[in-house]
Design a binder for this molecule. Sequence first.
Ligand code: HQG
Length: 185
Amino acid sequence: MKPDKNNKRISKFLSLVLRHQPEKLHLEMDENGWVSVEDLISKMNKYQYKIDLSLLENVVATNDKKRFSFNTDKTKIRANQGHSIKINLGYEVKTPPLKLFHGTASKFTNSIYKEGLKKKNRHHVHLSKDIETAKKVGRRHGKLVVFELDTTKMVAENIQFFESENGVWLTDEVPVKFLQEIIRE
Ligand code: HQG
């Protein structure tokens, strides 16, 4: 298998166990989402994934969306965002850029216009800093629709934002009144 293909396969598996199902590998995860690197490597090797620390470092460093981080001494690893399991990422409330975007699909917009953006099975609603990223995120789901958010009004109403380690903006929900549709393909 080509190295980049193998990296992708490992990255997908890491997303699964670090965001959604640590129990699949019987990994112990702390309340901030960290698991032991040593334990992860040893259990992945027992589960059809041939991996050592240098390959894991390579997967983390080359991941297209910087999905994972090590702690400073590289004894622990976690996913930066995107979890469905309950953990506390410990991100601090931060003032967002003036505009943020959310890419989605046309099949969801009836419901979005009724109830606003909801976090569904993730921890937060995910928002993009630029339109191009929002387009990519939205196209994963179907025919693209992009919303622009008026973050100034949202902050004025005490809605909190967080920025993940890899530059994704997160919030709990976005009521309809803050959404403006800017693209429908
Ligand atoms: C939609 C990827 C109906 C929402 C990306 C989205 C991102 C509603 C879908 C990250 C709704 C959930 C997250 C409502 C929201 N009614 N549908 N009221 N409110 N939705 O995948 O934002 O590759 O959980 O619009 O890059 O698409 O995983 O969220 O379409 O950063 O690292 O429900 O996932 O990163 O879909 O993507 P998702 P998302 P990774």
